[in-house]
Design a protein around this ligand. Structure first.
Ligand code: NAP
Length: 272
């Protein structure tokens, strides 16, 4: 059985659909009859509810959004998977993850280290930014950020689901970290131009300094110090360190990462 946590999210939903015929079990917090998979109700906040679903030889897709209990809950589920004799964990992390780094990068770094030491065969996926977050960021055709002018990589979450499906259905390989990237990186001005072209209307990116961006986020209702950390993280990913691309998606899935054009064609309704 392949157990999929975070099954109602962007990656999980696509993965559940792709694993049709491979005995998937979606883990959800509330009934989700629209999922293309059978499901069980369980919650990371009570890790034992996920542990109870696991049997020897199962494969586990480990993924959820981030919340204050994220590290403890994911570590607990990894321990329960080891105890249950799970054959492989495929986990979603983030590009640049390492203990001590800012926000999600630091949290994922702690979970990744725990997984690497768990004894369970693992594949850690470290994707760049999700294209699927951009409709939320481009409110009324304008995106504010502190990324600067370097290229920043974004990936379509459907490519992450494709990679996870490939790893979860192939024989279990040695423990490995996979850096996943999308099509060639663009600056945020370049991304705005692509969106404008695809939608046939004006889209613009407005670059702010880190303190200006932090103040902008506070005005949007995001509390300090989180707003300051978020703005600083944007400047860090915009310093060129998220510009390089890898060949992992093509190698594992047999297709190139989805292009900006493909993403925008399929998601134009979300930019309304
Ligand atoms: N956003 C990016 O650009 C980006 C880039 C790289 C890596 N990542 C990483 O990708 C992962 C997914 O992020 P996302 O924002 O894209 O997630 P998402 O698609 O919004 O999905 C989050 C999923 O996690 C579930 N979930 C959240 N808290 C849970 C809990 N306490 N117990 C059980 N399920 C819970 C949600 O269930 P409900 O439907 O019940 O809420 C949902 O299925 C995160 O680890 C993030 O750090 C994100």
């Amino acid at each position: 059985m392949i157990v999929i946590t975070g099954a109602t999210g962007n990656i999980g939903r696509a993965l559940a659909a792709r694993l049709h015929g491979h005995d998937p079990l979606a883990v959800v917090r509330r009934p989700a009859d629209d999922l293309q998979s059978r499901y069980a109700i369980a919650d990371f906040d009570r890790p034992e509810t996920i542990g109870d679903l696991l049997s020897p030889g199962d494969r586990l897709f480990l993924n959820s959004g981030i919340w204050p209990g994220f590290v403890a809950a994911h570590r607990a589920v990894i321990d329960l998977a080891a105890k249950a004799g799970v054959a492989q964990i495929v986990a979603v992390s983030v590009r640049g993850a390492a203990p001590g780094r800012r926000l999600a990068m630091g949290l994922h770094g702690l979970v990744d280290a725990h997984l690497e030491e768990s004894g369970v065969p693992y594949a850690i996926l470290r994707p760049s930014g999700f294209m699927q977050t951009l409709p939320r960021d481009f409110r009324d055709g304008t995106m504010y950020g502190a990324y600067g002018s370097a290229g920043v990589n974004y990936i379509d979450t459907r490519d992450i689901a494709d990679v996870a499906a490939a790893l979860l259905t192939a024989p279990v390989g040695p423990g490995r970290v996979y850096e996943l990237t999308g099509p060639p990186s663009l600056s945020h001005d370049g991304i705005a131009a692509e969106i404008g072209k695809a939608l046939g209307r004006k889209a613009r990116y407005v670059n702010l300094s880190v303190p200006e961006m932090a103040a902008h986020l506070v005005r949007q209702g995001i509390p300090q110090p989180f707003a300051g950390e978020l703005a600083a993280l944007q400047a860090e990913t915009g310093d060129g360190s998220w510009e390089a691309t890898t060949t992992v998606v093509a190698e594992l899935t047999g297709h190139a990462p989805r292009s900006w054009q493909e993403f925008l064609t399929d998601h134009r309704h979300l930019f309304a």
